[in-house]
Design a protein around this ligand. Structure first.
Ligand code: HEM
Length: 519
């Protein structure tokens, strides 16, 4: 359609009560809503509907999705919404974001008033730089691969060697242990000393992320607002104390780029502090900024790590295969707290395939962009300000792209992203080896979004998830006992996706296992 005469209005998603029933279904049963969108997108690559006051255009198809990742689109209005409702930024601070029209790129956006502000005063650009320095920079990532391992090991080492523990729930264990280890790695020890229950406060707020972001009136959403204010308040009070101690003890004098220290933790956290001071944010906004950062850090990595473990544990042959593959990464003569070679781990074919497969199945985000100029998508001319969403579930579950006769696309298959390759050794003998391969399907796979706003934490996420999974599998014998509901009672069925709140879906049942530490 791209070359032909543009059409005026994309087809509408059907609804029984105009402007009401789609919105209602989105809020009350998002899964069913997305399934209807998926069905509609089979007949047209673009479908529109009203969700509350917003007109949304859902799009699919590699070409159309890549259009929304271009610079004629932005995530800024969407991010503003999350900042305002889910994280409670003040209106004065939101105004600072709204007033900066120059965008995040190094070059100010077309139409920025002349002369443009200096780079350090362009709020979106400075935020992007902070994310790049703290999350993509090689030093920061290397530090994280080490600190995370050391802190996660503290949770593993609590289990005595050789003794079976009969009551471990995988999701519950990871929700605490991964969250604490990642918090210590990114924000330092001080926050955990001040608030030992901060992880519980985080999950309490996290469950309301989406209802808050919707901007429902606060009096209708009191619990969510209270949970948000509690967690954001903790973040702010820690920040205040940490700033004083950091300055008094002159910690900064001895910290090198990328290094970890106990008060603020990582380069990323110190970068936040500089950025916040530069824009003189209020107390409430500062709490919200650290809260949102924690959301990025935990809300998706922990469910994805859980799904990986669930899939591996429920299949004893796969468990053994993964255990054997991971054994190559154990550093000889290691200290017990840091024993995995992460670079090797991240390139193992089977573990990468499982990671890719779990992201494919359990990331269900509507990647959202607003057009900053008139655009043409799937043959339709859309005005400036149009909101487009690309649901990952549409390409990620497409039978034609991912399915095989034995392994349909909606099922987990650990070996979907590997190929057997013939390799020759130094003495010309051949053998078969697994190799990780997306088999040319990357355009139909975007769990981390894309373009300029692609997830800045994707390297951290992969590290945190693979490290946690590998540390457990290499050091435990694990046996499945049963599925349990959130109250701990037995469930007759296994876990399925609960209605998603963030990007990755939570399992709606936990897996109860017995495990024994091997070393
Ligand atoms: C499995 C884990 C994760 C998944 C699936 C995930 C997914 C995503 C997605 C889909 C987006 C929106 C991208 C877009 O609009 O194109 C995003 C944005 C972002 N994520 Fe993640 N994320 C994960 C982990 C993390 C972690 C661990 C961090 C931080 C340490 C993080 C930090 C961010 C940030 C800062 C952004 C905003 C980027 C921008 O707007 O420029 N994420 N993430």
């Amino acid at each position: 359609r791209q070359g032909s005469k543009p059409q005026s209005e994309p087809p509408r998603l059907s609804e029984t009560i105009p402007f009401v029933s789609n919105t209602w279904q989105f809020i009350t049963n998002k899964q069913r809503f997305i399934n209807r969108v998926r069905k509609a997108l089979k007949s047209s690559p673009i479908v529109s509907c009203w969700l509350g006051p917003l007109k949304i255009h859902f799009v699919t198809g590699g070409g159309n999705v890549s259009i929304i990742f271009r610079s004629s689109f932005t995530s800024e209005p969407w991010i503003n919404r999350i900042q305002k409702y889910a994280a409670g930024y003040t209106s004065t601070d939101l105004q600072k974001f709204a007033e900066d029209k120059s965008g995040g790129l190094s070059l100010p956006r077309k139409g920025t008033k002349s002369p443009p502000p200096p780079p350090e005063k362009r709020i979106w650009h400075a935020m992007h730089r902070m994310n790049e320095d703290g999350l993509m920079n090689e030093y920061s990532v290397t530090t994280f691969t080490r600190t995370y391992q050391v802190f996660f090991n503290e949770h593993i080492s609590k289990f005595p060697v050789g003794e079976w523990d009969e009551d471990v729930q995988i999701f519950a264990f990871l929700k605490r242990s991964m969250a604490i280890a990642a918090t210590r790695s990114m924000l330092g020890h001080r926050i955990m000393d001040l608030y030992p229950d901060i992880v519980e406060a985080f999950w309490d707020w996290e469950q309301y992320g989406e209802t808050l972001a919707f901007g429902i009136a606060e009096w209708l959403n009191r619990r969510a607002v209270a949970a948000r204010n509690k967690f954001c308040g903790m973040c702010f009070r820690w920040y205040e104390i940490a700033c004083q101690e950091y300055d008094q003890e002159r910690v900064g004098d001895n910290v090198r780029v990328g290094e970890w220290e106990p008060i603020f933790g990582s380069q990323m956290s110190r970068g936040h502090v500089r950025w916040m001071k530069n824009f003189d944010f209020s107390d409430r906004t500062i709490g919200g900024i650290f809260a949102l950062f924690s959301f990025g850090l935990h809300a998706n990595t922990i469910p994805i790590g859980t799904w990986m473990l669930i899939e591996i544990i429920r299949d004893p042959d796969l468990y053994r295969a993964v255990q054997e593959e991971i054994s190559q990464t154990i550093i000889k003569g290691h200290t017990c707290s840091e024993f995995l070679d992460y670079t090797k781990l991240a390139s193992l074919p089977l573990i990468q395939s499982i990671y890719t497969e779990v992201l494919r199945l359990h990331v269900q985000i509507l990647v959202t962009r607003t057009s900053i100029e008139p655009v043409k998508v799937a043959g339709y001319e859309l005005p400036r300000g149009s909101v487009l969403q690309a649901p990952t579930a549409v390409p990620h579950l497409d039978e034609e792209i991912w399915g095989t006769p034995e392994h349909p696309a909606h099922e987990f298959w650990a070996y979907r992203h590997v190929e057997l390759k013939e390799v020759r050794n130094a003495t010309s003998q051949t053998s078969q080896q697994l190799e990780f391969s997306m088999k040319g399907r990357t355009a139909s796979y975007f769990p981390y979004g894309g373009g300029f706003h692609i997830c800045a934490g994707r390297k951290y996420a992969k590290c945190e998830i693979l490290t946690s999974v590998a540390m457990i599998i290499s050091r435990f014998d694990v046996e499945f006992i049963e599925w349990v509901k959130s109250d701990g009672s037995r469930s007759e069925r296994s876990a399925i996706d609960s209605t998603g709140n963030a990007v990755a879906t939570h399992p709606d049942r936990d897996m109860k296992v017995r495990w024994r530490r091997l070393w």
